[in-house]
Ligand binder design. Structure first.
Ligand SMILES: C[S@@+](CC[C@H](N)C(=O)[O-])C[C@H]1O[C@@H](n2cnc3c(N)ncnc32)[C@H](O)[C@@H]1O
Length: 282
């Protein structure tokens, strides 16, 4: 068999595997960016010494725990507190003044991973005096990672860099006020959790999520192809109130999507957008 035929066959096997995941377990990775999905599947194939992707498919259909391993492989959960501190500075400066106009705030963190981003938001809202009027919905498709987020327990090894991020993000207190330290981990202060609801939501298959004033979906769309990104932008546009805010990750943009004109720029640099107030754009 020629090399190009091998590559073509592997591509077919990969598509069949993603189809099998969808049909058997309901998780839809068929519209994720191909290169990244392929890299992760091939990595699992080598680690577990499968001869080819079809052999993995066989195991996947019969063994739910193998599916759970693959799900963890495919949902990349890298995150940190106050990730990209300049983004949080822009939130304080450009977005918080807009949020002050609402008597009640609904905020959605989509693809929240283990929760570091959500606790960062809770801290920021407390410092800005807005936490008590906020309801934060934190969602992810991965139930294992959501449990971690709900527990709010993080390794102490990461605290040094989190503290630096917090300070660079305009933090006004001592970061240690927000957690209790134990031997090798910290537990986030329970007052931060009071207005957070963690729940399961899949951006590829689930629907609109309430009337939100602010949606944060950072470093998630980067793993999706253009069609799936468009689906999610439509979902966000429908979930936002008029004038609601949408925040993306530094490598993501709404500008190539077919509903780009619905969103005005608040910060081009930090990928913060506002759903238009003028109805004729919608
Ligand atoms: C790289 S993390 C980003 C975490 C956080 N937003 C940040 O920027 O630090 C990507 C997260 O998106 C989640 N994710 C991937 N596909 C998803 C989908 N279809 N629906 C909901 N969450 C998804 C993953 O489980 C993972 O927790």
């Amino acid at each position: 068999m020629s090399t190009s035929e091998e590559v073509e066959n592997q591509q077919i096997e990969l598509q069949l595997l993603l189809q099998a995941i969808y049909l058997k377990y309901g998780y839809d990775f068929r519209s994720y960016a191909k290169a990244s999905v392929k890299r992760r599947i091939l990595h699992r194939m080598t680690t577990d010494q499968f001869p080819n992707i079809s052999a993995m498919q066989h195991r996947l259909l019969e063994d739910v725990s193998f599916f759970e391993t693959l799900l963890l492989d495919l949902s990349i959960n890298v995150t940190e507190m106050f990730r990209d501190p300049t983004f949080y500075l822009a939130l304080r400066k450009e977005v918080i003044p807009l949020l002050r106009n609402y008597p009640f705030l609904k905020i959605w963190h989509a693809g929240c991973s283990s929760g570091e981003e959500v606790y960062s938001m809770a801290i920021l809202l407390k410092e800005e005096g807005l936490y008590d009027r906020a309801q934060i919905y934190a969602t992810d498709m991965n139930q294992v990672i959501l449990k971690k987020a709900r527990d709010g327990i993080f390794s102490i090894n990461r605290l040094k860099s989190y503290t630096m991020n917090y300070q660079r993000a305009g933090g006004q207190e001592s970061f240690s006020d927000y957690y209790n330290a134990h031997y090798d981990h910290v537990v986030m202060d329970k007052s931060l959790k009071e207005n957070i609801l963690f729940s399961d939501h899949n951006l590829a298959t689930d629907g609109v999520f309430g009337e939100m004033h602010l949606i944060i979906c950072r470093n998630v769309l980067i793993y999706f192809n253009r069609e799936l990104q468009d689906r999610v932008f439509r979902l966000f546009a429908e979930s936002l109130t008029l004038g609601g805010i949408m925040c993306l990750g530094s490598k993501e943009s709404v500008r190539l999507s077919n509903i780009s004109t619905i969103f005005d720029d608040i910060s081009k640099e930090e990928k913060i957008y506002r759903k238009s107030l003028s109805l004729d754009k919608i």
